[in-house]
Design a protein around this ligand. Structure first.
Ligand SMILES: [Zn+2]
Length: 285
């Protein structure tokens, strides 16, 4: 392995990240985005039982829908503080490159959105929070200028090959009327190079799709023939910079979902597990 796994308890990430373990549902937040709601949940807190035990945020992974609704409500109450909890928009994620716009014209009913297939959401509406469900893939959140718009992207390696991150950046720039250079990007917890062993076909697909990516700097051969370790957030950062996002505007929490027990991890839990969520929204009022 190119570097050793982190210890069993995750460290408190450095600024701008925050983590208050005493909360009923602890989440990773940012401390310098007053006009934004930004949060990445883990598996601690919550009311789910069984393999999804804790704070599972996803429907259709074998959990009780009432438990999922309670977990989502608990997170939104924690994130909103004294204000009214916002609505949470999630979609059916399919590892594609479709980015949809949440707008009042189309309706902001979470019950309608949850059945639509997409892997990216953008909006300039204050109020609704956009959510991305993950258990090793990366939730990537975007904020355009001061209150101009936000975006949320499901970035697994298949979505990265399809270019979903630059696509969301470009669509959000048009919607919000700001240049990508004025955007901030937050990279949440996901499986990192310490734990993300993949076959050679994955870096090969990345290289074909993004010739500008220097694959030798994001993939290292491992001891197993034909396999190696992939630094997916590094690829996400390079693609975002290629789309015009400034490197100093990218904040990566640096946490690996497969280390310790703070997060759900599809790989560590052999596919039977819940999902955490990354949420972003413009504060209403
Ligand atoms: Zn790891």
């Amino acid at each position: 392995m190119p570097e050793s796994c982190r210890p069993q308890t995750i460290p408190v990430p450095r600024r701008p990240w925050t983590l208050d373990r005493r909360r009923a549902l602890p989440y990773i937040g940012v401390d310098d985005a007053a006009s934004l709601l930004v949060a990445f949940s883990g598996r601690h807190g919550g009311v789910s039982r069984g393999p999804c035990g804790g704070a599972n945020m996803a429907w259709q992974v074998g959990d009780d829908d009432r438990a999922v609704a309670a977990n989502r409500r608990l997170l939104l109450e924690e994130v909103a503080g004294s204000g009214r909890p916002p609505r949470l928009i999630t979609v059916t994620q399919v590892h594609g490159d479709r980015v949809m716009t949440v707008e009042s014209r189309r309706g902001c009913d979470p019950g309608v959105w949850r059945h639509l297939e997409a892997d990216g959401l953008i909006t300039r509406e204050p109020g609704p929070c956009l959510g991305i469900l993950t258990a090793d893939c990366f939730p990537v959140l975007l904020a355009a200028g001061e209150n101009a718009g936000v975006g949320a992207v499901h970035a697994g390696w298949r979505g990265v090959v399809r270019g979903i991150v630059p696509r969301a950046i470009e669509k959000l720039a048009v919607l919000a009327g700001v240049r990508p250079a004025a955007m901030r990007m937050f990279i949440g917890p996901g499986i990192r190079r310490c734990c993300f062993e993949v076959g050679e076909e994955v870096p090969a697909a990345l290289e074909r799709a993004c010739p500008a990516l220097d694959v030798a700097t994001i993939w290292w051969p491992g001891p197993r023939p034909g396999y190696g370790y992939l630094d997916l957030p590094a690829a996400i950062c390079r693609q975002a910079q290629g789309a015009g996002v400034q490197v100093e505007h990218i904040a990566d929490c640096g946490l690996c979902t497969a280390d310790g027990d703070f997060f759900f991890s599809y790989r560590r839990d052999h596919g039977i597990t819940g999902r955490q969520i990354g949420v972003i929204g413009l504060r209403a009022g």
